[in-house]
Design a protein around this ligand. Sequence first.
Ligand code: PLP
Length: 411
Amino acid sequence: MGQARRSYSNKTAEWIEEALSALSDRGLYRELNILDRRGGLFFRNQAQGQPSTVLKDFSSNDYLGLAENFEVKQAASEAALALGGSSSSSRLVTGSFEVHRQLEQKLATWLGTEACLVFGSGYHVNSGVIPALVGRNDRVFADQLCHASIIDGAILSRAQLKRYSHNDLDQLESLLAKASVEVSFKGRVLIATESVFSMDGDSPDLARLVEIAEKYNAILLVDEAHAIGVFGKRGQGLLAEVNYNPESTLVTATLSKALGSFGGLVCCSSKMSELLVNKARSFIYSTALPPASVAAADAALGLVHESAPGVRLLSLASYLRKCLKDDGWEFGVGESHIVPLIIGASDRAVEVSSFLRENGFLVTAMRAPTVPEHLARLRISLNLKLSEEDCDQFVTVLSSSGFRPQVVGSR
Ligand SMILES: Cc1ncc(COP(=O)(O)O)c(C=O)c1O
């Protein structure tokens, strides 16, 4: 005898429908854009029988073109063949291989720190490291535009989170001064920033930030996700050029952007790293990076070391800025390879992005909550597969779109 079919309430489906419509109404609905990538170009498959569209990459984070580099791919495939597809357990169980140790040593030497740990991703690093260092009685002071992984780490830590206006170190200092005279506050302080902001491409005054951290005895976390591989004499990023306190400073970053692989890293003192091995939950309770990703990052690091390719990328970025400026476009104050073209309304940003895509350029529209809702934008990120001619063509097409930018306002 079959059981009578139970009927279920569809309240959840209704709620999901409403949530999705609310996003659509605000121009914030997102969907996956399935692409293939070969030779620095993206290919979007059309309906069956039609040729695929070729798109120039003005959007990915493969800044140095290393994700498709032959030596990087070969290192990944050899490691997978020798050591397998997975590390098969957490670093603290059986997942710490010699390849992890070697990569960590090389990264520490490169960034000039005593120690380094690689994590499952850059997101894992920030969201795991912050709660390992501060807790309920402590405070995190984070730039208003810090990446979600930093904010999520601060929330997970249960420390009190204070956001200071973007790159406004006077405001940060006055918040810290206030906290330092509060009789009831005896906790630790952690300051978090990015060295190149992911959506704005600008940078804080790191030398001053280091001084402020010292003055208020704070731990300083600098996320160099968008700087390593690009800035610095040997691609070590921006903090390496500043004389910072090695005991209380951490550099976090990703292996997934300029280094063309996958995973995250934190460089710090040996003692700090010992603490993180014992306390960072995203390190302890997650499977170690697979050998292929570790080997790919190791090979990429060798290439960056040898040739400092960031110099050419930054010169391409200054060329694009000049072309955009000559054409009347405005962008933020940064000088990096990330150029934000602020459009304003979300649906307009999506329209410009679609226009560019129809004309052979892939530039994703960035909308809330990634950026403030009224500051939707095209986040142009350049890579070494692009040429000055590509930049000229891009500006010509952008100009022909008929869209005009909004002046970059306060955030
Ligand atoms: C500033 C910043 N930090 C951290 C991350 C996270 O890195 P991953 O992609 O390796 O998780 C990103 C990537 O989007 C980022 O932009």
